[in-house]
Design a protein around this ligand. Structure first.
Ligand code: NAD
Length: 428
């Protein structure tokens, strides 16, 4: 893989920049550039036709100085160990910036889940746990859903782990369905956390949130709850949402005079976040090109769909009124666009801060599993709000203090916390 496209090389480079600004000593810097440990596994799986397929998978525990490793498991045909390493590094910085007592990890299996039956996926998930289960545990490493894995996959994995151990252990995995020990309020947590960070950013910029508008990309899990939260929590208006339309193999932006109604749009959206175009047009929505969201007049932009959408080219289409870019998606902004945003005084809430509401509630899921006592959704979101508010201001103040942009501010906060834990343990 080309060095500049290798996600792990990119993750190391980002750390290098933070280490230089912080004056991190060379031993700590070198320690944090690499995963502490990783397991590579080979998984024979019986297919429905009686043949056996052999899959390859990974679990990377990047750094667990602050607590057990935490991070999702991905099923993807192009999975590479370097992608998993990079994602594990980013999880380490995300749990640290949110000040959770957790480290960072990630897992992946090279497979094409779209070509597998439910039974084949179940046998693959169980085979993964039979190999990787030996390094998992509520006090060791706690996986969660990620690309192409969901609450059902987590249920099979939990069941296999508990069958091996011979006792109940719901805290070994998060993102479980409610009957198996999931947390109330996990679904909308990432979107609500995003709105919390926007609320605090607008306060810092001395802007009355209830007079603001937001343009959102996407209408899946994160975008739906961000849109609803923007209106219900802030009293603001959402000018558009967008989605990928599987039928047309094209993306569209949906807008309406006076603001869109996310509660209505949810009723005409499928499980993949695709809005029914005809039903939206019947309800008076205007359908624009998928790229249009970035150029609409709004105070806040919320990319909440996929990576690399704010690029050197699209960034120039951002409306002059925009004051905040809230990165709900992972990696929506390219380095070239980042430069431009800094030059144009747009306040960026970096991804691993902006979307940390999800992992914060995953941590609450573990806490509830440990207690065997479950909180109301309201309590979950109140506690998440408090954590996200504190995380936001920690990053804002650090960025101001070091005279750097917020993304670097977030790195400095996270790296300093992980470095301190490594030092206290006597590792460096
Ligand atoms: P999702 O699959 O539920 O929704 C994705 C949405 O994006 C869908 O509406 C889809 O139609 C839309 N989309 C896809 N391609 C598009 C395109 N080219 N143009 C416009 N819209 C497009 O996913 P999600 O869980 O909402 O995640 C969204 C982003 O947030 C991802 O980057 C994810 O990594 C990140 N994230 C999610 C969570 C979480 O808790 N779900 C946590 C942290 C980060």
């Amino acid at each position: 893989m080309l060095e500049e496209l290798n996600p792990f090389a990119i993750a190391q480079k980002q750390l290098d920049q933070a280490a230089e600004i912080m004056g991190l000593d060379s031993a700590t810097h070198e320690l944090l550039r690499w995963p502490l440990r990783e397991l590579h596994v080979t998984l024979p799986v019986r297919m429905d036709d009686g043949s056996t397929n052999v899959y390859h998978g990974y679990r990377v525990q990047y750094n667990d100085a602050r607590g057990p490793a935490k991070g999702g498991i991905r099923y993807h045909p192009n999975e590479t160990v370097d992608t998993v390493r990079a994602l594990a590094a980013w999880m380490t910085w995300k749990t640290a910036v949110a000040d959770l007592p957790l480290g960072g990890g990630k897992g992946g299996i090279i497979c094409n889940p779209k070509e597998m039956s439910e039974g084949e996926k179940e046998r693959l998930s169980r085979a993964y746990i039979r190999q990787v289960g030996r390094i998992l545990g509520p006090d060791l490493d706690i996986p969660a859903p990620d690309v192409a894995t969901n609450a059902q996959v987590m249920s099979w994995m939990l069941d296999e782990y508990e069958a091996i151990k011979g006792y109940h252990c719901p805290g070994v995995i998060t993102g479980k369905p409610l009957p198996l020990g999931g947390s109330a309020g996990r679904g909308p947590a990432t979107g609500i956390g995003t709105v919390v960070t926007i609320r605090e950013a607008l306060k810092r910029l001395d802007i009355n949130a209830s007079t603001t508008t937001a343009a959102i990309q996407g209408f899946g899990n994160v975008a739906q709850s961000a849109a609803i939260g923007y209106i219900d929590m802030l009293g603001g208006q959402v000018v558009c949402v967008s989605c990928w339309d599987h039928k047309d193999r094209a993306s569209y932006t949906y807008t309406k005079k006076g603001g869109i109604d996310p509660h209505f749009l949810v009723t005409i959206t499928d499980a993949y976040g695709t809005i029914d175009k005809e039903a939206a047009m019947d309800a008076g929505y205007e359908v624009l090109d998928g790229d249009a969201w970035i150029g609409l007049e709004a105070d806040v932009l919320i990319p909440a769909a996929i990576e690399n959408v704010v690029t050197g080219e699209t960034v120039k289409r951002i409306h002059p009124k925009v004051k905040v870019l809230a990165e709900a998606a992972n990696g929506p902004t390219t380095p070239e666009a980042d430069e431009y945003l800094r030059g144009h005084d747009i306040y960026v809430i970096p991804d691993f801060l902006c979307n940390a509401g999800g992992v914060t509630v995953s941590y609450f899921e573990q806490v509830q599993n440990a207690y065997g006592y479950y909180w109301e959704e309201e309590t979950v979101h109140e506690r998440m709000d408090k954590k996200m508010t504190a995380a936001f201001h920690g990053v804002h103040e650090t960025a101001q203090k070091h005279n750097v942009h917020n993304r670097m501010g977030a790195y400095i906060v996270a790296v300093a916390r992980v470095a301190e834990a490594c030092k206290l343990r006597g590792w460096v």
